[in-house]
Design a protein around this ligand. Structure first.
Ligand code: SF4
Ligand code: SF4
Length: 312
């Protein structure tokens, strides 16, 4: 059953994904290549500045630009820096449309081929139909992304009409084809790599988070680590970024604060009055700074092997 935090995270991710798709269509935000200016909240940004400059006849044009362009950017960047330094990659885990795709394809791979990425060991017997379904759904998502992105650059309604009538012009058809292929490769083979090292926004948030020792993080109650012996590393298995959930902060540099590891452990320990072993805390409150030891992750494969051995 979904825990409340998971429900709200699903809600925020879905809402932001829809916003990502409808923002250009509703003229909330896009760059119109044909006109050569940004459109923000239905207003032509370049034109507004031109009018402001013309209206004030050069007396305080710089002030108008400061108020209408620079100030909102500075406020947005400052708020982003503060949130990332205090709470880490909240944007990634709770809003980012790319991370939503990461989680979606992780889930599909797990269901269809028995592992969340093609790079991990362990699989379940699966047919070529499973691969076809995986590639088909990933291609569809890549197509949605490429068309969605093109809508940020050209008039989106015209684009969707052309698409519906199979009348995409040469340049647009080429963009959609190439972008779909690039996204498909990313989604199938490198989606985690992109989140970890390819996204400037993600890496910036991680760096700010690492610099603050009191930033919110998932801490592991190592005093109760013995309880992990009876568990098949549910927390590690649940992590969409494939991180060691019980590891020290440095090893979770790219943690997206999605809290899936916390929920997995709460589920495992649901009959334990002491609750789960993973908690959100300001800084690592359970860690003994004198012993910078890492609790060894219990590998799912070795755990399975132990179980098999016991059965024999
Ligand atoms: S370590 Fe936990 S909170 Fe961080 S990305 Fe993994 S599952 Fe999410
Ligand atoms: S889910 Fe909880 S009990 Fe299981 S390995 Fe992770 S921290 Fe330990």
């Amino acid at each position: 059953m979904l825990q409340p935090q998971q429900f709200y995270r699903n809600l925020s991710r879905t809402a932001f994904f829809l916003l990502f798709l409808i923002a250009p269509v509703t003229n909330l935000f896009r760059y119109d290549l044909t006109e050569g200016h940004f459109i923000l909240f239905g207003q032509s940004l370049g034109l507004g500045i031109d009018q402001a400059i013309a209206g004030v006849a050069g007396t305080d044009a710089a002030f108008q630009i400061l108020i209408r362009v620079l100030l909102p950017i500075v406020i947005l960047v400052a708020a982003g820096i503060w949130i990332a330094a205090k709470y880490g990659r909240l944007y990634c885990g709770w809003l980012c449309p790319h991370f939503s795709v990461v989680e979606l394809i992780n889930g599909q791979m797990q269901k269809l081929i028995g592992r969340p990425t093609i790079w991990e060991k362990g699989s379940k017997p699966h047919s070529s139909a499973a691969w076809l379904m995986l590639i088909g759904s990933s291609t569809l998502m890549a197509l949605v992304w490429s068309v969605g992105l093109l809508g940020y650059l050209v008039p989106p309604l015209e684009l969707y009409q052309d698409l519906l009538h199979w009348q995409l012009g040469g340049g647009r058809a080429l963009f959609v084809s190439v972008a779909t292929l690039v996204f498909l490769s990313d989604f199938l083979f490198a989606r985690h790599l992109f989140c970890k090292f390819g996204c400037a926004l993600g890496v910036m948030q991680s760096l700010l988070w690492m610099a603050n020792p009191k930033a919110l993080m998932v801490s592991f109650d190592s005093k109760r680590a013995d309880l992990c012996k009876d568990c098949n590393s549910a927390c590690d298995a649940a992590c969409p970024m494939r991180l060691p959930a019980r590891g020290i902060k440095r090893r979770k540099f790219t943690c997206t604060q999605c809290s899936e590891c916390i929920h997995a452990c709460n589920e495992v320990q649901k009959d334990n009055p002491g609750g789960g072993l993973l908690h959100w805390t300001p800084g690592d409150q359970y860690r003994d700074p004198d012993k910078d030891r890492m609790i060894p992750a219990i590998n799912i494969q070795s755990r399975k092997k132990e179980d098999d051995d016991e059965r024999r």
